[in-house]
Design a protein around this ligand. Structure first.
Ligand code: GLU
Length: 533
């Protein structure tokens, strides 16, 4: 393999809150790029339009910048291999799909959804050992297939995976990984609507953007064989592959927002320092720089990491995203600040003049002396103490005992968990974060009988979740001022404090939800038919 200039990339999808895993991958890729005088590229993988969320891309930019993980090339910066947003590269994927068809590396598949459903049913009935697409269209002669495509027959394009043997990929941390042909499917590369899938878009971009190393999370290992076959089919050189260990909850399951805050915005809003967050992410799979006595220095800076980190020495045992450890790392960085830096940091976090001007209309009518300002505005300025040293000691203590109101009389903590979950899901979709919009969304939910919640109780529960107390300025002004990331992360926190609901209860709730969604659609349809806008 030829030595190539080092070009690293991350390729997050704008489908939700910016994930700590994106920060982790950003850190490792940037450090490796800096160590080798290379470039760090940010690409936005936004081909999945069904999961696309409009404000997500900006949040990815903001949270990476907050961490100090700045990129050399990206959608907002441009660069020699742009555009860096996949939705703007459709032409390029079309061209490459055609090229692949000509080279025989892929084929059009005309099977309809009904035929595929039929096939699956048969496979199930015969208890077939091999499931998935049966490659019927692979045997259609190329000329005939081209004619049908030209005639406009609906089709997808599938990758022709090897029919025997195995595919071997080399992973920097894991050595050779052999993926057996038995497990292969002829993956869809271009969907019926003409949009590429992740596999095609990602490989074409990695090649055209001259990416030298693909460093990404372990969950993509199974895609590596597909990507190897694709690179080979195009006749391109495969970048160095490196699959990093997955971040885990304390119980070793894959990190999830039900058990751990996973949004980078949460940590920014909760007052973690970016340098501490980087330090903590750097500890995932690495012990820190070696000390003279053979131990590790746990508290370090980005520059220390650039000087000492080795990508090929990352440990594969699932690193735990341990909140206590994070707080310890944060406290260490906080204490290392000079008094002047501490003062500036605190001011920027909670006491900027701009922020106080925004809050003034909510505070002025509610205080009679300046001495009352801090007590009234505490939850705007700092974190809500859903998570205190005491609650950590008593793991099972739920918020009902801590803050009255989150779980109203007659409801169980699990009910509050579900109600807040519903609130969260709906608020997540609100892009105009104004009191009027928020009120509309919450009132609509409160009016739906299926939740079994009275509006008064629901609103109180939201209030306590975001503010930690029952008296606040009007709820929707408060939500609006608090901002979307903070409000959502506090609702998450309150949900966790209510405890994880049981599976049975979850099923019941889901069923009620589905029923209500169907009712809403029917009502909407009726409204449309009766001439409503
Ligand atoms: N869009 C994928 C993600 O969100 C990128 C995976 C990769 O790095 O290839 O993780």
């Amino acid at each position: 393999m030829t030595e190539r200039p080092v070009r690293m990339r991350i390729a997050p999808s704008p489908t939700g809150d910016p994930h700590v895993g994106t920060g982790y991958m950003g850190l490792v890729n940037l450090v490796h790029a800096r160590q080798h005088g290379g470039q760090f590229i940010l690409r936005i993988d936004d081909t999945d339009r069904t999961r696309y969320r409009a404000d997500s891309e900006q949040q990815i930019f903001d949270s990476l910048r907050w961490l100090g993980l700045d990129w050399d090339e990206g959608p907002d910066k441009g660069g020699p291999h742009g555009p860096y947003r996949q939705s703007e590269r459709k032409e390029i994927y079309d061209q490459h799909a055609r090229l692949l068809l000509e080279r025989g590396g892929a084929y059009p598949c005309f099977c309809t959804a009904e035929r595929l459903a039929e096939m699956r049913k048969e496979q199930e009935a015969n208890k077939a050992s091999k499931r998935g697409y049966d490659r019927r269209c692979r045997s259609i002669d190329q000329e005939e297939a081209s004619k049908r495509v030209a005639a406009g027959e609906p089709h997808v394009i599938r990758l022709a995976m090897p029919l025997e043997g195995s595919v071997v990929v080399d992973d920097l941390l894991r050595g050779e990984i052999e993926l057996k042909q038995d497990n292969f499917q002829d993956q869809v590369l271009v969907k019926q609507d003409g949009f590429p899938t992740y596999h095609l878009a990602s490989c074409v971009d990695d090649h055209l953007m001259q990416i030298s190393h693909i460093v990404r999370a372990e969950e993509w290992i199974s895609s590596a064989a597909i990507h190897k076959v694709l690179f080979d089919a195009f006749g391109w050189e495969m970048p160095v592959l490196c699959h990093m260990p997955l971040l885990r909850n304390a119980d070793k399951s894959k990190i999830s927002k039900r058990k751990n805050p996973t949004s980078l915005l949460h940590y920014r809003e909760a007052g973690f320092l970016p340098q501490a967050m980087l330090n903590f992410l750097g500890l995932m799979g690495w012990g820190g720089p070696k000390t003279e006595d053979g131990g590790n220095q746990e508290i370090f800076s980005f520059d220390d990491m650039c000087a000492h980190f080795r990508l090929d020495q990352v440990a594969l045992g699932g690193p735990v995203f341990d909140q206590d450890k994070l707080r310890y790392v944060n406290a260490s960085h906080l204490r290392a600040l000079s008094p002047a830096d501490f003062a500036d940091t605190v001011r920027d976090y909670m006491l900027s003049r701009e922020r106080l001007i925004e809050l003034a209309p909510l505070l002025q009518p509610r205080v009679e002396t300046l001495g009352e300002v801090v007590g009234t505005a505490d939850f705007f300025m700092g974190d809500v103490n859903h998570y205190t040293p005491e609650t950590r000691k008593q793991k099972d203590l739920n918020l009902r005992q801590l803050v009255e109101g989150l779980v109203p009389k007659g409801q169980e903590p699990q009910d509050a968990h579900f109600a807040l979950r519903e609130v969260r899901e709906r608020l997540e979709l609100v892009s105009e974060w104004t009191p009027a919009h928020l009120e509309g969304v919450c009132r609509m939910l409160a009016s739906e009988a299926w939740t079994g919640w009275k509006a008064r109780d629901l609103f109180m529960s939201i209030r306590v979740a975001i503010a930690g107390k029952k008296e606040t300025p009007p709820l929707f002004d408060t939500l609006s001022q608090l901002g979307k990331p903070r409000s959502l992360s506090r609702i998450d926190q309150a949900m966790r404090a209510c405890g994880e609901p049981g599976k049975k209860a979850l099923k019941k709730w889901e069923k009620q939800r589905r029923g209500s969604a169907a009712d809403r659609e029917a009502a909407e349809e009726e409204r449309r038919q009766s001439g409503g806008a």
